[in-house]
Design a binder for this molecule. Structure first.
Ligand code: SAH
Ligand code: SF4
Ligand code: F3S
Length: 444
């Protein structure tokens, strides 16, 4: 049968989608070209903010009609599945299965059950769940690969639903991660992103390798040229990890380090476990170890009790660090979480005004940082034709910035040296001197 997976949410979900795709292919199914061609539709869900949930329910409304007409098999997976558990079958009686993130390895079985008109629910946080160990085939085009190194989160930031829907932290043994990365290198993958909600606490208090040791081992794997990881928690960034940025040639000079707020009072109410000064110390150590390191972050505005003064502290932190980019959100109250019971909601117009000011200033900083790149030579991993002008190529620098330039199609999937001639709000324009063919780069 032909399947389609509609995906929402974070990189963990993107990767879970690849895992489910691989499981289904192993069971004889194949990708559908589109909804009209699909026998199975799976919606992989996110509930990090209310908007994500609303999008899901409106999509399900549309899919209900399609199912009625065509009789397709319809499944829900991911974080909303886990959040709602069996209740989802009351709310969406027309679905055939629902699997939380620790149960996605059952996707082929759930499809088989649906063929026999049997409904499947798979919920609960399973330690040693096979879902953590699925090695997806190369379902995504190209030379970039993703590896889950851990699941779950034990931090319980007061606003966040993730610990409730992704369960407790569990690290995959280092030997298993390394075996997967070697296998990927063997298939021609050159850039690896290590995934986990909180990768800095990888193998905390046990396991065969610490996170810095894992990075060192991956650095030594022939063929791997770039390594990235998401997401880091500021409180768990160790001195050893910071040192890796100065010593490991494959580790890209960029880090995503969410700060959430610049106010100590709010950070405490968020249960983040650090102060603004503590965060800045880590940032300074990273900048010292790796001058020019690109920093990105997440931030929440309008958290319950956030005053104008608290918000100014957030603006100050943003100004002080000069991030290359920030994902910023208005606080959204979530089921199960401690913050949902906090008093002092920020009126929506105030929260929107704060967000607009915050984003406006960050846009200026990002543009300044991109303009600063003009005249510099960078290494670009070419990903394919540019989205907006298909006769051009597009790729990313080690810092993760998008570069568009004229080049030979032979350059796709290669590392080439590019001169940056212009910095824009969201991308860079480059020139590849030695085109066609390009000057290829290698760290070794
Ligand atoms: N594990 C990562 C990211 C988790 S979710 C981390 O710890 O940083 C991604 C981002 O969504 C968070 O960093 C936070 O900025 C935002 N977020 C999480 N819960 C939210 C909520 N209830 N309302 C608004 N934004 C939220
Ligand atoms: Fe959520 Fe905090 Fe865990 Fe990140 S560290 S997933 S924000 S609870
Ligand atoms: Fe969303 Fe679940 Fe990721 S709630 S952000 S898909 S962990």
């Amino acid at each position: 049968m032909r399947f389609l997976i509609e995906n929402f949410g974070c990189q963990m979900n993107d990767h879970d989608m690849e895992k489910m795709g691989s499981v289904l292919i192993d069971h004889g199914h194949s990708f559908a070209a589109g909804i009209d061609d699909a026998d199975i539709v799976i919606v992989n869900t996110c509930c990090i903010r209310e908007k994500a949930e609303q999008k899901f329910y409106s999509l399900m409304g549309r899919l209900q009609h399609v199912r009625r007409k065509t009789g397709l098999i319809l499944g829900v997976t991911g974080c909303i599945a886990e959040q709602e558990k069996e209740n989802i079958f009351e709310r969406l009686p027309f679905i055939d299965f629902s699997l939380g993130p620790s149960n996605i390895h059952k996707v082929a079985e759930a499809v088989d059950n649906a063929k026999g008109n049997l409904r499947t629910g798979g919920f609960g946080d399973n330690a040693c769940s096979p879902s953590l160990f699925i090695r997806p085939h190369n379902t995504r085009q190209g030379v970039k690969g993703f590896v889950t190194i851990m699941k779950g989160c034990n931090n319980f930031c007061s606003y966040c639903v993730v610990p409730y829907v992704r369960g407790r932290e569990e690290s995959r043994p280092g030997a298993d991660v390394l075996a997967e990365v070697r296998e990927m290198a063997g298939r021609g993958i050159v850039e690896v992103t290590l995934l986990g909600q909180n990768v800095n606490s990888y193998n905390n208090g046990g396991g065969d390798l610490s996170f810095p040791e894992l990075l060192k081992e991956i650095d030594a794997i022939p063929g791997i040229e770039r390594v990235r990881f998401v997401t880091s928690h500021p409180k768990d960034i160790s001195r050893e990890l910071i040192q890796c940025f100065g010593t490991l040639g494959t580790l890209c000079e960029s880090i995503h380090l969410p700060f959430q707020s610049g106010s100590d009072r709010i950070l405490k109410r968020m249960n983040r476990g650090y102060t603004a000064a503590g965060y800045l110390e880590k940032v300074d150590a990273l900048k010292e170890q790796c001058p020019g390191i690109s920093l990105t972050a997440d931030c929440i505005v309008g958290f319950p009790g956030e005053t104008d003064e608290d918000f100014e502290q957030t603006m100050l932190l943003m100004e002080r660090v000069q991030f290359d980019g920030i994902f910023s959100f208005i606080y959204s109250a979530r089921k199960f979480t401690a913050a949902a019971k906090l008093t002092g909601p920020v009126p929506p117009p105030v929260a929107h005004e704060r967000l607009a000011r915050f984003q406006g200033r960050q846009r200026e900083i990002t543009l300044g940082s991109n303009k600063n790149m003009e005249g510099k030579k960078v290494e670009v991993l070419v990903e394919g034709p540019s989205k907006n002008s298909p006769d051009e190529l597009s790729g990313r620098t080690r810092a993760g910035k998008i570069v568009n330039f004229k080049g030979d199609p032979d350059m796709v999937y290669k590392l080439v040296e590019v001169d940056i001639i212009k910095g824009y709000a969201n991308s860079l324009r480059g020139r590849c001197e030695s085109a066609p063919g390009g000057k290829q780069c290698s760290r070794r």
